[in-house]
Design a protein around this ligand. Structure first.
Ligand SMILES: [Zn+2]
Ligand SMILES: [Zn+2]
Ligand SMILES: [Zn+2]
Length: 279
C-alpha cells in the first residue's frame, strides 16, 4: 500500500523487535508469556478479519512486540480483501503459507483461513480465542508515570493509588536518590514518595528492594554511611559540649585545663578528618 493513490501505513518503531528475534533470543520463555503473545496475535487477526481483510503474510518477522510484549501486526503490503482474486506474489516462507496458496494455480478467493494457517490453527481467530488453551487471566498492564511506556504491572512498583513506575525508571530514581542533594525523595527506611506529582502516598522500601535489588542495595549502603557519619558528628558535638562546660567550670585551674586539653586532643582527633566518622 505505498501507491500515491492509496496512501501508506506508518507505524511506530517497536524497540521490542519482532517475534522472530524474540523466539530466537528467548528459547526458555515461560508458557504464560508465550500464551499472552499468542492471544494478542489472535485478537489482532480477529480484528483484521472482522474488517473484511486478510493479512496473507503472517510470520514471526511481521509481528512486532511492544515493551509489554503485546504483539502488533506489521507489514500490510500483502493485505487482501475477503473473496478477491490474489493479485500479488507472496513473500511468506513456505512453512507459514496455507496449502491453497501453494497450489500452482490462481487463487481466486482469499479467505481469513489463510492467516489462520500461518498461526497453526484453522478455526476462526475468535473460535481459537475461545479454546481452553487460551483461557488465562488477562495480565494487568500499567503505564509508567515517568517514561509512559506500558508494562505488565508486576514489572515495576505502584503506590496504593496505582501510580506505576517501571523498573528502569525506578532504577534511575534510586541511583538519583544516592546522589548528594537528590531531587528524588527517599526516606531513610527505603520508602519512596510516589512519583506522581500530586500524590502523597509511599512506595515501600520492600517493593523497591524487590524491583531493583542492586540499585537499592547500593543506595542503602550510602544511606548507612551517611547515618554513621551523622551519628559520629553528633557524638563529637555532645563530647565537645561537655568539655566546654567542664572548661568553664574549672577555667581558672591550669592543671585541670591542661588535663582537659589532653583529653580533647586524644579523643576528638580520633575521627576521620574527611567525613568525621569515628575510628
Ligand atoms: Zn518508566
Ligand atoms: Zn501515587
Ligand atoms: Zn572518612
Amino acid at each position: 500500500m505505498q501507491d500515491a493513490h492509496q496512501g501508506c501505513i506508518s507505524m511506530p518503531f517497536y524497540k521490542g523487535g519482532d517475534l522472530d528475534a524474540w523466539i530466537r533470543d528467548n528459547p526458555f520463555a515461560d508458557l504464560a508469556t508465550r500464551r499472552r503473545i499468542a492471544i494478542g496475535l489472535l485478537y489482532g487477526l480477529h480484528d483484521l478479519h472482522s474488517r473484511g481483510s486478510v493479512h496473507c503474510d503472517i510470520k514471526p518477522k511481521n509481528i512486532f512486540l511492544a515493551p509489554s510484549l503485546s504483539p502488533v501486526l506489521g507489514d500490510f503490503d500483502g493485505v487482501q480483501m475477503h473473496d478477491v482474486t490474489m493479485t500479488q506474489p507472496l513473500q511468506t516462507p513456505i512453512k507459514y503459507m496455507a496449502p491453497e496458496l501453494l497450489r500452482d494455480e490462481v487463487v481466486d478467493k482469499i479467505e481469513p483461513a489463510v492467516d489462520m494457517f500461518s498461526v497453526s490453527v484453522r478455526p476462526t481467530a475468535l473460535e481459537a480465542l475461545h479454546h481452553e488453551a487460551f483461557q488465562v487471566e488477562p495480565v494487568k498492564e500499567a503505564s509508567c508515570a515517568i517514561c509512559l511506556n506500558v508494562y505488565p504491572a508486576d514489572e515495576g512498583v505502584s503506590c496504593a493509588d496505582g501510580h506505576f513506575t517501571c523498573k528502569k525508571c525506578l532504577g534511575h530514581s534510586v541511583r538519583a536518590a544516592a546522589q548528594p542533594d537528590a531531587h528524588v525523595n527517599f526516606l531513610r527506611n527505603g520508602n519512596m514518595c510516589c512519583v506522581a506529582s500530586d500524590c502523597e502516598l509511599l512506595i515501600t522500601g520492600h517493593s523497591n528492594a524487590t524491583a531493583v535489588p542492586e540499585d537499592f542495595a547500593n543506595w542503602l549502603n550510602i544511606v548507612r554511611k551517611h547515618f554513621e557519619r551523622d551519628a559520629a558528628a553528633e557524638q563529637e558535638r555532645q563530647l565537645q559540649l561537655r568539655l566546654d562546660a567542664a572548661l568553664r567550670e574549672h577555667g581558672l585551674n591550669p592543671t585541670t585545663q591542661n588535663y582537659l586539653h589532653t583529653i580533647q586532643d586524644s579523643v576528638l582527633v580520633m575521627s576521620c578528618p574527611r567525613c568525621s566518622t569515628a575510628f
